[in-house]
Ligand binder design. Structure first.
Ligand code: RFL
Length: 408
């Protein structure tokens, strides 16, 4: 499929020279932002540097929080999610050979998580975008953003061998952690908070029916393990490992043996086994840049902050960001105010995100004690049994922001 011109949508001839919002990146953040803007009559172009197939097949998140599920339904892209998503009332915490069920729905007035692959979310959003007829461009080369501190910021790129420039009112940097938007912001305008963890996750996708209807988070002396799933026939499992773990020695047999050792409980429960479809090692990092705006460039999702997959949080934060950003942009057009009303966005999204990004499941005892920072007893982090940690916080205004964030 890569290189198939029928998937390079729209044809070069219909790439506009001007639009209201230029969106860089067709991940969950960029696609949902485009859809939210469309519903408010605001035009945009979405420019993605990878192929449609690559974007749809990238296996990443799988746990949607209630807010994300509600948003998908509210904006008309939730039909398949409603049919195929696996709704979970709670989770299991396993330790000392026993599983303990935590009934989240009972504790939160009926809110629950839904297991539905990020690739399915992206698939549904691409379909919805194509239906609107608004531009969505895959396989764009040399993507760049310019004149961000002017009233006519530009997105430039190459498509099918031709150079293009689109003048915008606002640019949304939804191009993920390794994108080009954040590095375009002068370093003097960025406050960065960051922590790199001394462990990683070896993750597999296996063709095996899930043996538990809900996730199992297991604390074990051999290291943490997580039992999760993607569908009624596919299990997703993780093993805590070194951040630079070499996958070479991890044969399928060794992976199953380690999973059995860390996950099996005294009541005889253990994961079902089957062919391993995919394996990879994911490093763990928390990163937040603040403010999430420079001139007319607004960052959203992983472009502005990442959290380790321990919390199954990143996609949900990305959705929350673009929900708020779309509201601020719509308000700008309604009220005729300068798009600079990013203050709403920054205060609303940025601080919450900073707080969330610094919440880290306090399981992995491998984290050196000297790096741990106790949190206030009143903070949500403390109440839910997680700890708040950070390594880099560059200045006093930044530290104050952080203090406010953990108080939220
Ligand atoms: P994405 O998904 O990275 O999308 C960014 C898009 O921008 C494109 N791009 C560019 N486009 C044009 N020009 C350039 N120069 C570009 N550079 C990059 C990229 O190709 C891509 O299409 O960011 P977005 O939209 O902000 O979405 C964020 C989420 O993808 C991420 O937070 C989650 O996957 C994190 N995450 C999880 N989040 C959850 O909420 N629940 C989970 O259960 C969960 N599990 C996970 C995860 C992330 C994981 N990994 C691989 C880090 C499990 C794992 C293993």
């Amino acid at each position: 499929m890569p290189g198939d011109s029928t998937l390079r949508f729209p044809l070069a001839a219909s790439i506009p020279a001007r639009t209201q919002v230029g969106i860089v990146g067709a991940g969950p953040a960029g696609l949902m932002l485009g859809h939210l803007l469309h519903r408010q009559g605001i035009d945009s172009i979405i420019v993605e540097n990878r192929s449609r197939q690559h974007v749809v097949e990238r296996v990443r998140a799988g746990v949607l929080e209630q807010g994300t599920v509600d948003l998908m339904h509210e904006v008309g892209v939730g039909a398949r999610l409603g049919r195929e998503g696996l709704r979970h009332r709670g989770i299991y915490l396993a330790f000392d050979g026993a599983r303990h069920h935590i009934d989240m729905a009972a504790l939160t007035g009926g809110r629950a998580i839904t297991v539905y692959g990020q690739n399915e979310v992206v698939h549904d959003l691409i379909e919805a975008r194509i239906e609107t007829g608004r531009p969505l461009l895959f396989e764009a080369g040399d993507v760049g953003v310019h004149d961000l501190d002017s009233s006519r910021p530009r997105v430039t790129f190459r498509s099918a061998g031709a150079a293009h420039e689109v003048v915008c009112d606002v640019i949304a940097g939804c191009d993920g952690f390794h994108g080009i938007c954040r590095p375009t912001i002068p370093a003097s305008h960025q406050h960065i908070y960051e922590r790199v963890y001394p462990f990683g996750w070896l993750g597999i996708l296996a063709e095996a029916a899930p043996s538990s209807t809900e996730l199992v988070y297991s604390r074990h002396e051999r290291g943490f393990a997580l039992f999760s799933m993607r569908s009624p026939t596919v299990t997703r499992l993780y093993l805590q490992c070194a951040p630079d773990e070499d996958l070479g020695p991890w044969t399928d047999d060794r992976i199953w043996s380690e999973l059995r050792a860390r996950l099996s409980t005294d009541d005889g429960w253990r994961p079902n086994e089957g062919p391993i479809l995919q394996k990879s090692v994911t490093g763990m990092r928390s990163f937040v840049v603040e403010p999430m705006r420079y001139g007319r460039l607004f960052l959203a999702g992983d472009a502005a902050h990442i959290v380790p997959p321990t919390g199954a949080k990143g996609l949900n934060l990305a959705m929350a960001d673009v929900y708020r950003l779309s509201g601020a942009i719509a308000e700008h057009y309604r009220s005729g105010k300068r798009a600079a009303d990013g203050l709403v966005f920054r205060e609303g999204a940025g601080t919450n995100v900073a707080g969330a990004a610094l919440l880290v499941v306090d399981d992995v005892a491998a984290a050196p004690q000297r790096q741990r920072q106790p949190v206030r007893p009143s903070s949500p982090a403390r109440r839910t049994g997680v700890s708040c940690q950070f390594d880099r916080c560059h200045d006093e205004p930044g530290r104050e922001l952080l203090r406010r964030a953990v108080r939220l």
